[in-house]
Design a protein around this ligand. Structure first.
Ligand code: NDP
Ligand code: GDR
Length: 355
């Protein structure tokens, strides 16, 4: 398909939140972008349909989609041989931490062995000296708190099957870099959100449900652990640094974070404030019920079914290495992130109340 063009990228997970923003970013830089999509019984390209020249015919433009799966080595070899990418971004994953406790083996297959399969596919095609490889590593690797803030040298202590699988991926990337002199690096990204965030992650769940409450379409939101703290940034900022990591003289691993941490409870409060309501927390213990201040109406309920067997209590990243060496910094602040998500979900619920 392609040959000497330097600007050819292959993305696994192109249909996901990050895949869609990264594709937009790479297309704006003049790249030809190839994405691996999974066969699905329902459409799974809603985040990227607008990137075709003809979005109705799904054709034209510089984005091309190929069927494949990280559990299928032969398809990975075939795709890499056909596309001859210069950059590969491995974003594909079973990315839900809570779900990984139910789908532990599958999560390992995709997130751990899938990464190995992709690296081996590059070698099978003889492209290990030509391809630059980005691995979507994660702050979940830090797990149980060892040190705050977390940096590239903070010890890992994974707390879920997802994190254990990603830990394998992290190390196999480093091993292949050292063993085969590959340009391969890990972006240790902290939580990043957006209006395109999957609906079952906590921020999007909150903004969707509160948008419904705001429009009178729903009465309350049901959540799990309100006490865990996350370092939340905007996905648009974070995909840019994936590309930056592949434009350096040497491959390295970087922490990417906003440098601020907030609890889930604080996220809820910020969102309610945005629609002009204040929540007070009443009850006992760690995870109280939240009532609207003036009316006393219960808008937030806590259900143990959303708790995880082992939780990651506190994430706060220090990305000074990336700031120093890549010139990267956060552009979109927390309040803007909340506004972006809320405005988008209010509009979505107005247009389609049954979403
Ligand atoms: P999403 O869940 O939105 O997207 C995951 C993508 O992976 C989807 O395109 C999905 O396809 C694809 N995928 C799932 N299973 C397979 C498989 N077996 N073979 C090929 N593709 C598969 O995740 P995000 O965009 O939020 O995250 C991107 C990556 O970054 C993930 O690896 C995630 O673990 C990691 N990460 C994310 C962070 C975040 O805060 N968002 C932080 C740190 C790391 P489909 O659409 O068909 O389901
Ligand atoms: P996380 O994101 O596990 O950090 O993984 P998620 O939004 O799922 O959870 C964040 C925190 O919120 C608590 N929580 C709830 N979570 C969900 N999903 N649903 C709820 O109802 C709820 N109530 C409270 C959780 O217990 C947790 O403490 C994300 C994913 O994108 C990973 O792929 C990525 O690697 C990490 O971020 C960095």
């Amino acid at each position: 398909m392609t040959s000497e063009n330097e600007k050819v990228a292959l993305i696994t997970g192109i249909t996901g939140q990050d895949g869609s923003y990264l594709t937009e970013f790479l297309l704006s830089k003049g790249y030809e972008v190839y994405g691996i999509i999974r066969r699905s019984s329902t459409f799974n390209t809603s985040r990227i349909n607008h990137l075709y020249d003809d979005k109705y015919k799904h054709s034209g433009g510089k984005m091309h989609l190929l069927y494949g799966d990280l559990t299928d080595s032969s398809c990975l070899v075939k795709i890499i041989k056909e596309v001859l990418p210069r950059e590969i971004y491995n974003l594909g994953a079973q990315s839900h931490v809570k779900v990984s406790f139910d789908l532990s083996e599958y999560t390992a297959e995709v997130d751990a062995v899938g990464t190995l399969r992709l690296l081996d596919a590059i070698r099978t095609c003889g492209l290990e000296k030509k391809v630059k490889f980005y691995q979507a590593s994660t702050s979940e690797l830090y797990g149980k708190v060892q040190e705050i803030p977390q940096t590239e040298s903070t010890p890992f202590y994974p707390r879920s099957p997802y994190a254990c699988a990603k830990l394998y991926a992290y190390w196999i990337v480093i091993n292949y870099r050292e063993a085969y002199d590959m340009y391969a690096c890990n972006g240790i990204l902290f939580n990043h959100e957006s209006p395109r965030r999957g609906e079952t992650f906590v921020t999007r769940k909150i903004t969707r449900e509160v948008a419904k409450i705001h429009l009178g379409l729903s009465e309350y939101v049901v959540l799990g652990n309100l006490d865990s703290k996350r370092d939340w940034g905007h996905a648009k900022d974070y995909v840019e640094v994936m590309w930056l990591m592949l434009q350096q003289d040497a491959p390295k691993d970087y922490v990417i974070a906003s440098g601020q941490t907030r609890s889930v409870r604080e996220f809820v409060e910020t969102v309610f404030r945005y629609i002009g309501k204040e929540i007070v927390w009443e009850g006992e213990g760690l995870n109280e019920i939240g009532k609207e201040k003036d009316t006393g109406i219960i808008r937030v309920k806590v259900d143990a079914k959303y708790f995880r067997p082992t939780e990651v209590d506190l994430l706060l990243g220090d990305s000074s290495k990336a700031q120093r060496e890549l010139g990267w910094q956060v552009k979109i602040k927390f309040e803007e992130l909340v506004k972006d998500m809320m405005d988008s979900d209010i509009q979505l619920m107005k247009n389609n109340p049954l979403s």
